[in-house]
Design a protein around this ligand. Sequence first.
Ligand SMILES: [Mg+2]
Length: 260
Amino acid sequence: MSRENQISSPVDLEAARALLRSARALVCDIDGVLLLCGKPVPGAKALLEKHRCVFVSNNSTHTAEELSEVFRRLGLKGDARDFFLAGEASIDFVSRTSPEASVMVLASGGIAVKARERLNVFNPELLTATHRPDLLLLCRDEEATFEKIEAAANAARLGARVVLSNPDLTHPAADGMIHTETGALWAAIRAQLESIDLFAVIGKPNADLVERAVRHLRLRPSELVFLGDNLRTDAPAAAQAGIPFIHTGGAGFRLIDLVD
Ligand SMILES: [Mg+2]
């Protein structure tokens, strides 16, 4: 099978190691691949020292600068320019496609700050039956409240088009627990709508973030390898972008076994 057509993960460890060695650069998911519960996975440091890596994540809580700083504190290599994150990409998407739009934003922390800097943010307190935002941008809002969800549902019912930063319902937390994700927030809003106008979904499984990372690397997809732990999001995004995929973390190979 040619590398161009190789979209499913090798099942044999030696084949996976050979594929990794042949790559000119790696596209890495973060949670479950390089970090687990905020700590580096064994082998992560060595992998990042050895390979040119870019990072593609459905994270819509942090900015690239914030995650790069997290990596630095953990002793991991990771330049802010090499992070491609769903939250920031959503803000870029809205700013590029709808620069004049008024946007109700559900987000927190650095992403909320960035949205206020770059977008024409709509104040939810001004929402009435005759005054609504053009768009509703949903990121992982750690300060989501009943009022915010209700305002978002009303905005969407009144015709605001929805931009969803990522469709994930959860991401893993310590001790087998979960963190609630952006997709769950969207599910709560969607349940209150009579019709759904989803303008865009930015994160994986869509290939948009991955394709941005490929353009940044200035390499062909066939020269790269994608390391991902999620077969529902990472694997299809890699396949769509034409990048060979290795399943690592979870039920996949242990990172430490892949790194020489
Ligand atoms: Mg992951």
